[in-house]
Design a binder for this molecule. Sequence first.
Ligand SMILES: Cc1cc2nc3c(=O)[nH]c(=O)nc-3n(C[C@H](O)[C@H](O)[C@H](O)COP(=O)(O)O)c2cc1C
Length: 194
Amino acid sequence: MVGLGVSGALYSASRSIGCPGLSRLIATPTPSLITPRPFSMAVQPPVRVQGQVVQGFGRGSKELGIPTANFSEEVIERLPTAMDTGIYYGWARIDQGDIYKMVMSVGWNPYYKNEKKSMETHIIHDFDEDFYGSWLRVIVSGYIRPEENYNCLDDLIHAIRNDIATAERELESPSQLLLKTDAFLTDPVDTNQS
Ligand SMILES: Cc1cc2nc3c(=O)[nH]c(=O)nc-3n(C[C@H](O)[C@H](O)[C@H](O)COP(=O)(O)O)c2cc1C
């Protein structure tokens, strides 16, 4: 889900938001500088994915303050079967808009114990409106880490902030910048080619 103007102040009452001192100490530490590891050998990057933006659970904006755009189940089912779940980075374009850096989560969101696999893109840009129903094209070009469970929401948010910093840095390399000019992103939208 993508929405702006929604602060991170609305939280689910059933989950721990702030990390208690002890749980913070025993939580898996999130390194501030992550060295991305290569894709699963079975899937060679980049992976190009496109489809309509559908409604997620809506926690990205409300609980995390990190809005995400969700792909439909049909799009997720067409992913290469050997593609690892986890956190990726790459490039994204909404309709005929500008092309931006993105981070993406593929999997079951262990913190929320989702029962369905999701593919959620956080576009690294401030948007003024939601874009449900828009056409999203992404080039997935690097892997950051597996999905993790966390003791509290603060730790999940901290991990995603680190992912964003990692993506910002990695996408500045010449080979990654070249993908921003890929015809898959720069051509006009073709909604028959999902
Ligand atoms: C870059 C990134 C990293 C994420 N990492 C994790 C993770 O390690 N564990 C997890 O349970 N969820 C992770 N998520 C998924 C969030 O929990 C998810 O975006 C949130 O549940 C909002 O989804 P919703 O808008 O469909 O409700 C990540 C999401 C993004 C964008």
